[in-house]
Design a protein around this ligand. Structure first.
Ligand SMILES: Cc1ncc(COP(=O)(O)OP(=O)(O)O)c(N)n1
Ligand SMILES: Cc1ncsc1CCOP(=O)(O)O
Ligand SMILES: [Mg+2]
Length: 580
């Protein structure tokens, strides 16, 4: 059995290898999943059009599905072209029964025409689509396909939304209406609707004729990322970034137009889309219904390196940490009325100022403003219920929690003072609704958003601190690693040292002792904000003359080779985190 998550692609063969099964295989490879294929039809096509479509028999379709299912069921299925109504009904029945046996995410790209304009499957397909709509988790029509499937004409934002709502009413779980054929203010818009939410995701339109295979590629990227347990919002973001990257790099094929390129996991920020809010021009045109704020930037923390960042729940802890020289910290008191916490919050803020520390108040933003805190930390849900303009106007800093690509991009759009990325490892401090991110995802987020101070949080202890620091984040937030330490002062010193040591050794990707986040796009160092010598005291224990502990790691966490090892508990928990 493969260690990579398994995706099935049920689709047509494209002998150009730009769309269909061939595009799905390439996409799966780029997203590091295994793909097994089920051929629905063999097509003959080139850049001038489709010259033949030969549907396989239902027996052959069934035999392919059964031969795969006997060995391993998939985590996700991408359905592309189905060549006739019989195939469509057969696949619908098959999926209904498969879904009773395993938990599988199914995305259907309802291919009815190739981008060349040739009809691939005939419009009778629409009539048989209802059965399939009931068993898929997401359908990804373009405007024409949406119109065909919903039976409604689609010519503007309002009619597109109405058609998507009609699809949900027909029993479909979610719709992603692709806007590749729309051009509003030079933007390509995708509209997502399910029973809980609507999202409008936009990117500048890329002016290329080489777009063969974009629909297949988008749907298979969604299947691959869902198979890797990315939430649907993140899957939509990654898939759109992947297609944008592919369009940017697409080249002509032979005499005619070419296919979207398959160029690896998307990492270029310019390929990532925007998430439109009700405030944006496009959001308003579309009548998008959300209350995400649109804001001027928040006050800066004046450093990318906030250092070791303890998060504690009492005034006593705040006092103790400030006396130990901690310069970034948070008061996190949960679920009390303002009147119950005001005195402690006020006292903590005063102490923070006295020690010239960056004290963030979690949740109680009104009290933070009222008593002039350095900053406020808010979670994603809090963002929707807070007067962010009041925080910005009062000159307070804002730290924002994020738990994946979607939230990260949304956070960037409000230009906060820092961005927290979590939870990286399993934690018992807080019940988390999301899965732990693991180091590989943290690395990708850190590479994507280099201009913000980044804070990693969740399950980080001394054993894990060096590998977390290696990702390039400038800060590690901890609860238990300090509050449950036998000697919190020593724990702080060791954690600081682990963070500093890793920064001193430079970001592994630059290999020259300088963190890549201090470099411009040209690779030239932007300023002298080296991690361990900044006035922010991120590495105060060294500067205060405390004996450096070499790597900053307790010898209990090193092997004979001097390489950091996790303790048993850390290693067990790490096994639960995604490795991609
Ligand atoms: C530095 C830092 N990062 C994340 C959190 C979590 O904040 P939030 O999502 O608002 O959850 P609660 O802490 O309020 O439970 C944090 N507090 N600090
Ligand atoms: C508040 C919070 N938000 C995300 S993880 C977390 C708790 C981190 O605590 P610990 O460092 O003890 O795992
Ligand atoms: Mg909160």
């Amino acid at each position: 059995m493969s260690l990579k998550p398994l995706v099935w692609s049920i689709a047509g063969s494209d002998n150009r290898a730009g769309a269909g099964l061939q595009a799905d295989l390439l996409t799966g490879h780029d997203f590091e999943v295994s793909v097994s294929t089920v051929v629905s039809a063999v097509t003959a096509q080139n850049s001038s059009g489709v010259s033949a479509v030969d549907a396989v028999s239902l027996d052959t379709l069934s035999a392919q599905l059964e031969s795969l299912a006997i060995e391993q069921t998939p985590k996700a299925i991408k359905i592309g072209m189905l060549a006739n109504a019989e195939q469509l009904r057969f696949v619908a029945d098959y999926l209904a029964s498969l879904k009773q046996r395993c938990d599988v995410f199914v995305v259907w790209d309802p291919v009815m025409r190739a981008s060349s304009g040739d009809s691939l499957a005939g419009e009778s397909l629409a009539a048989s689509a209802k059965a399939l709509l009931h068993v898929v988790d997401l359908v990804t029509p373009n405007a024409g396909e949406l119109s065909l499937l919903s039976g409604m004409s689609v010519n503007d934002g309002a009619s597109l939304k109405a058609a998507c709502q009609a699809m949900l009413a027909q029993g479909c779980t979610a719709v992603l209406a692709k806007g590749g054929h729309w051009n509003l203010d030079g933007e390509a818009l995708d509209y997502y609707l399910d029973a809980q939410q609507e999202l409008l995701i936009s990117s500048p339109r890329l002016d290329t004729a080489h777009s063969h295979g974009t629909g297949c590629t988008l749907a298979s990227a969604i299947a691959a990322t869902r198979a890797k347990d990315y939430p649907i919002e993140d899957a939509l973001i990654l898939a759109k970034a992947y297609v944008n990257q592919g369009l940017r790099l697409a080249e002509a094929q032979g005499e005619g137009t070419g296919s979207v390129a398959h160029a690896g996991w998307p990492t270029n920020r310019a390929d990532f889309p925007r998430i439109e809010s009700a405030h944006s021009k496009i959001g308003q045109w579309f009548g998008i219904d959300n209350n995400w704020p649109a804001l001027a930037p928040f006050a800066s923390c004046d450093t990318l390196n906030l250092g070791i960042y303890p998060v504690v729940d009492s005034l006593e802890w705040i006092e103790r940490l400030l006396e130990l020289g901690v310069k970034t910290l948070q008061l996190r008191i949960k679920d009390k009325r303002d009147a119950e916490v005001e005195a402690d919050i006020k006292a903590a803020i005063e102490l923070g100022h006295k020690h010239q520390a960056r004290l963030f108040i979690n949740d109680y933003w009104r009290l933070a403003i009222q008593h002039g805190a350095y900053g406020v930390h808010l979670g994603q849900e809090d963002l929707l219920e807070t007067d962010l303009n009041a925080i910005a106007d009062a000159g307070l800093r804002l730290g924002v929690s994020t738990h994946g690509y979607f939230e990260l991009l949304r956070a960037v759009q409000i230009r906060p003072s820092y961005i927290a990325l979590g939870h990286i490892f399993p934690t018992t401090t807080k019940d988390m609704p999301s899965l732990p991110q693991g180091l590989a995802r943290l690395q990708r987020y850190a590479d994507l958003v280099r201009e913000y101070p980044l804070v990693a949080i969740g399950g980080i202890d001394l054993a894990r601190a060096p590998s977390v620091a290696q990702t390039g984040v400038g800060s590690i937030a901890v609860v238990r690693a300090v509050t449950e330490a036998d000697d919190p002062a020593l724990a702080l010193e060791q954690l600081e040292s682990a963070l500093c040591h890793s920064h001193e050794n430079g970001n592994p990707s630059t290999g020259n002792g300088l963190d890549s986040r201090f470099r411009g796009n040209d690779g030239i160092a932007r300023g002298n904000e080296p991690v361990c010598h900044s006035p922010d005291l991120a590495c105060h224990s060294h500067e205060n003359g405390n004996p450096p502990t070499g790597s900053g790691l307790d010898s209990r966490f090193r092997g004979n080779d001097g390489v950091a090892r996790g303790n048993d508990k850390s290693q067990r928990e790490e096994a639960l985190c995604p490795k991609d």
